[in-house]
Design a protein around this ligand. Structure first.
Ligand SMILES: Nc1ncnc2c1ncn2[C@@H]1O[C@H](COP(=O)(O)OP(=O)(O)OP(=O)(O)O)[C@@H](O)[C@H]1O
Length: 432
């Protein structure tokens, strides 16, 4: 191991889950893998807390587990202090298991209900030859309990005899029992009340400083991340889209996804609510991620193709329509049933109009004339049950470079990179 190397470095890390082929898969030409983590580069330096944030389903937990070799790696490498530990298991992984410990989201589920805290803390010590005797290990366990804010007299309690916050303290003590260098904490406070969260975040920070620990901290909650992290990596659909020192990320977010996540945090900049960016819809399936920039289907700043005559807002509206057609979300028959049940005109023209009106934020007339025609034509194709033509029409009418090549990471500042086409020279800011 080299002391100069970062404690953890992952390079182009991939974790794909195989999907078993169902009926739908055979129709669609075979199952595609779930690309939960898809080419992640990430470094944790000595004594640093790096947070990974993103919405549910972005692959954060999979990244945490894969880094610890708790999942089989599909591709890429994991280095601990410069040693390649990719794919190690059993006795080869054992020395590293001691150095890299995990704290889980649900403390109760992660603690054996039939064991006392004494067993929970001393067993891993015995496994890793820590302590000269069982008596020594028990003394260490008592010290640990005090260190995490519990009492040494708690040593003979069972997990269910503690509150949620206390259980998580036991979970942290267990991780510390083997004197690790790195803790990977997966949503360690999200199951707890806000006041308890604050206490535990304070504890983690104290322990980090006292023990010189490094932390990889997984969270969906940016207000939590702001309190604990030195650097933040923003994850979307299996990829890291932006990395920056925490203060820099909050002050100067560059990726539209980061901007949207930040604007949804109630505590940040409450006087500036008009800047709020709505993050629409949910994360697309990692079995079939969008081409190009994976965020483009939800991105408020999706770049118009050459020749677009309208505003950015109008393009966003038209592009959202395109994405919904591509995703098969516009159901002409359901629209017809609805119109019929409401006693309204349910002719083909009326159904097409309904599909258009219910999918656009603004009146269709607010689009440039060609675009309005394309939207109407695609809706008519859907009414005619010709989805393929509808997709062709919207793709021809509303091209975007964001749906082409994936964006490369641009360097914004020291330690700050973001991967968005808008940040490259090829696509300077489009005027509103
Ligand atoms: N064992 C598995 N088999 C198949 N797919 C999986 C498996 N584990 C996770 N996935 C899929 O991988 C993707 C990423 O999941 P993951 O739990 O890592 O995301 P996350 O960002 O941690 O979300 P959450 O906060 O909800 O746990 C999801 O689409 C999930 O359904």
């Amino acid at each position: 191991m080299s002391a100069d190397s970062p404690i953890l470095r992952v390079n182009d890390l991939k974790k794909y889950y195989e999907r078993s082929g169902g009926v739908l898969d055979s129709v669609l030409g075979g199952p595609s893998d779930v690309r939960a983590v898809d080419g992640v580069d990430l470094t944790v330096r000595d004594g640093e807390t790096v947070a990974v944030v993103g919405e549910s389903g972005c692959g954060k937990s999979t990244l945490a587990r894969t880094v610890l070799n708790l999942e089989t790696v599909t591709g890429g490498t994991i280095e601990f202090r410069g040693d390649d530990i990719t794919g190690l298991s059993g006795s080869d992984m054992r020395p590293y298991r001691r150095e890299m410990q995990m704290v889980f989201q649900d403390p109760l589920a992660s603690l054996n209900p039939r064991k006392t805290v004494r067993d929970i803390l001393t067993t891993p010590m015995a496994v890793h030859d820590i302590g000269d005797s069982q008596a020594d290990r028990v003394e260490r366990a008592k010290d640990l309990l005090e260190r995490v804010g519990l009492k040494d007299s708690h040593i003979d309690r069972y997990p269910h005899q503690f509150s949620g916050g206390q259980q998580q303290r036991v979970g942290i003590a267990r991780a510390l029992a083997v004197e690790p260098e790195l803790i990977v904490a997966d949503e360690p406070v999200s199951a707890l009340d806000v006041s308890v969260q604050a206490q535990l975040l304070g504890l983690l920070d104290e322990l980090k400083t006292e023990l010189g620990l490094s932390l990889l901290f997984i969270s969906h909650d940016l207000s939590v991340v702001q309190q604990v992290a030195d650097r933040v990596a923003v994850m979307y659909l299996g990829e890291i889209v932006e990395v920056a020192p925490t203060r820099e990320l909050f002050a100067n977010p560059q990726h539209p996804y980061t901007q949207a996540l930040l604007s949804a945090v109630p505590r940040i900049d409450p006087d500036n609510r008009e800047d709020r960016v709505l993050l629409e819809g949910t994360v697309p399936s990692p079995a079939n991620p969008p081409a190009g920039c994976r965020f483009h289907t939800r991105c408020p700043q999706v770049i118009p193709g050459d020749g677009w005559q309208g505003s950015q807002e109008a393009f966003r509206d038209a592009f959202r329509f395109r994405s919904r057609v591509e995703a098969g979300e516009l159901d002409a028959e359901a629209a017809r049933t609805r119109l019929e049940s409401e006693g309204q005109d349910a002719s083909d023209d009326a159904v097409a109009d309904y599909l258009v009106e219910s999918s656009l934020d603004h009146e269709v007339d607010a689009l440039p004339a060609d675009a309005a025609n394309a939207v109407t034509e695609a809706a008519r194709a859907l009414v005619d049950d010709d989805e393929e033509r509808a997709v062709d029409v919207v793709q021809d009418a509303f091209p975007s470079p964001c749906a082409g090549d994936p964006p490369e990471a641009s360097v914004i500042d020291t330690d700050h990179t973001a991967a968005c086409h808008r940040l490259t020279d090829d696509y300077p800011d489009t005027p509103e």
